[in-house]
Design a protein around this ligand. Structure first.
Ligand code: COA
Length: 247
């Protein structure tokens, strides 16, 4: 059971987090399943856009915190996440997200790599990195300030601010706010629109807009190194223990 649901809708590949009982927290297995779907989709000429979706009122609660508890597999887990992040940052085909409900941690920073983000009014965006003794990841320390300016990026990525859909729209993280009952249809419609365009022109244009991918890849590596160090810190381990010991 990978807790990921991968489907095709014409030229659009949908990748759905489907672990609602854990608010779609992403396990190592789930990262591997998304990476595989994205890699396969990139290589398949009949796939022209990828769409990320959540399930039952949650986009995703971010990384599975169980995997953050110091263990023998920590290094392996970090390697899987790094591979996933670099893959997402380097995608040639459009990546589109439909966010309903909570988007926490990588659930928010992932959106900084998306080409279009649709969100319901019930969605919210939060990155509790500092509270967990961690640092921003997924290239967000570079992309966040570029997208929304330093002050808003600091509020979101360091000060633990919780952005509503409206705030995320103003910050430039979200394109459009759509009622939740229309969210998936509108997201898929947008993806189909892009997928119907000449694919090479779309790819070249995306590359132009994204600019030099090496800078983002380098930042992801720098963040991962610091994130890995912080994961082993007592600050982080205590915060993770506290999460699982909540009453
Ligand atoms: N990792 C592992 N398990 C998680 C999780 C995560 N990131 N987020 C939620 N869960 C689990 C909870 O432990 C709980 O499991 P249980 O039913 O076995 O106790 C279940 O999902 C439901 O979560 P709960 O906290 O009861 O839901 P909520 O609606 O009250 O709160 C959140 C939702 C997202 C605000 C809260 O779960 C949370 O803060 N999660 C951690 C987010 C996080 O720190 N992500 C990593 C950032 S680097």
């Amino acid at each position: 059971m990978t807790h990921m649901d991968i489907q095709r809708h014409g030229a659009v590949q949908t990748i759905r987090f489907n672990r609602p009982e854990k608010k779609n927290a992403i396990s190592g297995e789930m990262y591997a399943a998304i990476s595989e779907a994205l890699t396969t989709g990139e290589a398949d000429a009949s796939v022209r856009a990828h769409v990320l979706l959540g399930a039952q009122g949650a986009f995703t609660a971010g990384n599975d915190l169980k995997d953050f508890m110091a263990s023998g597999s920590l290094a392996q887990d970090i390697a899987k996440i790094t591979q996933f992040l670099k893959l997402v940052a380097g995608l040639e085909k459009p990546l589109i997200a439909g966010v309903d409900g909570l988007a926490v941690g990588v659930g928010t920073t992932l959106l900084m790599h998306c080409d279009l983000v649709y969100a319901s009014p019930e969605s919210y965006f939060q990155t509790p990195f500092t509270a967990l003794g961690l640092v921003p990841e997924a290239g967000s320390s570079l992309l966040g300030p570029r997208i929304m300016g330093h002050a808003l990026a600091f509020e979101l990525l360091v000060a633990g601010g919780k952005f509503s859909a409206e705030q995320a729209l103003i910050a430039g993280l979200v394109n459009t706010v759509v009622p939740s009952d229309a969210l998936e249809a509108e997201t898929l419609k947008a993806a189909a629109r892009v997928a119907a365009m000449p694919p090479e022109a779309v790819k070249i244009s995306k590359r132009l807009l994204k600019g030099d991918g090496a800078e983002v890849a380098k930042r992801i590596e720098d963040e991962v190194r610091l994130f890995g160090e912080r994961l082993r810190s007592e600050e982080c381990q205590a915060a993770v223990r506290a999460f699982f010991q909540r009453a």
